[in-house]
Design a protein around this ligand. Structure first.
Ligand code: PAF
Length: 283
C-alpha cells in the first residue's frame, strides 16, 4: 500500500492513474478502523481500479474539544488492517497540510438537512464535515465515494453537497455494521468502559422494538415509549429519538402509507456519545 501525507505527492500519483482512465474509489475516515470501515474499503476495491482511504481526524467537525482530543488514534494498526485487505493508497495528512494555519470551516447550505438531529445537537458539525469532504474530493477526484449509513444524515448531506456543487462523483451509502450483540460499530466504542460497552446493545434493541410498533402505535406514542425505556435505564442517557422522513429528514408527526421513515437516536454512555438508526417502512 502506498502511503501519502502530502497533497502534492498524492495528486501526482493519481494524475497518472487518471491518465490511464482508471476508476478511483474513495473511503474517507477518521481512523480507528473497524469492520464497518473495512466493509466500505472492500466494496471500493471490488468496484474500482484504485482504492484510496483517507485517515484524518478533522478538527472543524468537533464541537467538543475533549471529544477531539480523546478521539482514538490507532494509525499503525489501521495501516496493517488496510494492507491485509490490499488497499492501494492511504492518505494521512496533517492538520496543517489540509488547513494551513486557518483551521476553520466553510459555511454550507444543505437545504435544511443540516438543521435536523446532529445539526441541532452538534453546533457547526456539518459545516466541518462539508469542508473536509469537499477538500478531500478536490484532492482525490474519486469516481465513487463510500459512506456508512450509521451516519445517515451525513450521507444525505454529502449527496446534497455533490448535487449542489455539480461534482461528478457517485456517493454510495453502505449498510450499518454491528457487533454480534447489535451495537453499531463505531470508532468511539473503543472508549467505552466495560460497563457501558455491556449496556450499549440496549440502543439497537429498543430501536428494533420501536420499529415493530409502527403498525399499532402512532409516532408520538412510539417516541414516548422509547423515552420511557431510557428513563428507566440506569446507565444510558437519551439525547434524542426522532422518527423522520428518510429523504427530507424532517421529523414525522404521523405515518403516511408508501413513505419510508427512519428512526434516529443519540445516546450518552457516560461521556461517550453513540448514534444509531433503523429504517421504518410503513407498508
Ligand atoms: O464519518 C466520518 O468518519 C467523518 O465524518 C468523515 C466523513 C471522514 C469526514 O471527516
Amino acid at each position: 500500500m502506498k502511503i501519502f501525507t502530502l497533497k502534492s505527492d498524492l495528486k501526482k500519483f493519481l494524475s497518472v492513474v487518471k491518465k490511464d482512465q482508471k476508476r478511483i474509489g474513495f473511503v474517507p475516515t477518521m481512523g480507528a478502523l473497524h469492520q464497518g470501515h473495512i466493509s466500505l474499503v472492500e466494496k471500493a476495491i471490488s468496484e474500482n481500479d484504485i482504492t484510496v482511504v483517507s485517515i484524518f481526524v478533522n478538527p472543524t467537525q468537533f464541537d467538543n474539544q475533549e471529544d477531539l482530543e480523546k478521539y482514538p488514534n490507532t494509525l499503525q494498526q489501521d495501516i496493517e488492517l488496510l494492507e491485509s485487505v490490499n488497499c492501494d493508497v492511504l492518505f494521512a495528512p496533517s492538520v496543517t497540510e489540509i488547513y494551513d494555519e486557518n483551521v476553520v470551516a466553510e459555511k454550507f447550505d444543505f437545504d435544511g438537512l443540516e438543521y435536523e438531529m446532529e445539526g441541532k445537537f452538534r453546533d457547526g458539525h456539518f459545516d466541518g464535515v462539508g469542508t473536509i469532504v469537499k477538500s478531500l474530493f478536490e484532492i482525490i477526484t474519486p469516481d465513487v465515494a463510500y459512506f456508512g449509513k450509521k451516519d445517515f444524515q451525513q450521507l444525505q448531506i454529502i449527496k446534497k453537497m455533490v448535487e449542489k456543487l455539480g461534482l461528478p462523483i457517485k456517493i454510495k451509502g453502505m449498510p450499518i455494521f454491528r457487533e454480534e450483540d447489535g451495537l453499531a460499530m463505531s470508532s468511539r466504542n473503543a472508549r467505552l468502559t466495560k460497563e457501558y460497552r455491556e449496556a450499549g446493545p440496549f440502543i439497537h434493541k429498543i430501536l428494533k422494538k420501536a420499529r415493530k410498533k409502527i403498525h399499532s402505535k402512532d409516532v408520538e406514542e412510539i417516541i414516548a415509549w422509547v423515552e420511557k425505556q431510557f428513563k428507566k435505564h440506569p446507565l444510558l442517557e437519551l439525547e434524542y429519538f426522532i422518527i423522520a422522513d428518510e429523504k427530507t429528514l424532517q421529523s414525522a408527526t404521523k405515518f403516511e402509507s408508501g413513505k419510508t421513515y427512519r428512526a434516529f437516536i443519540a445516546v450518552f454512555a457516560g461521556e461517550i456519545r453513540l448514534i444509531d438508526n433503523v429504517r421504518f417502512k410503513n407498508n
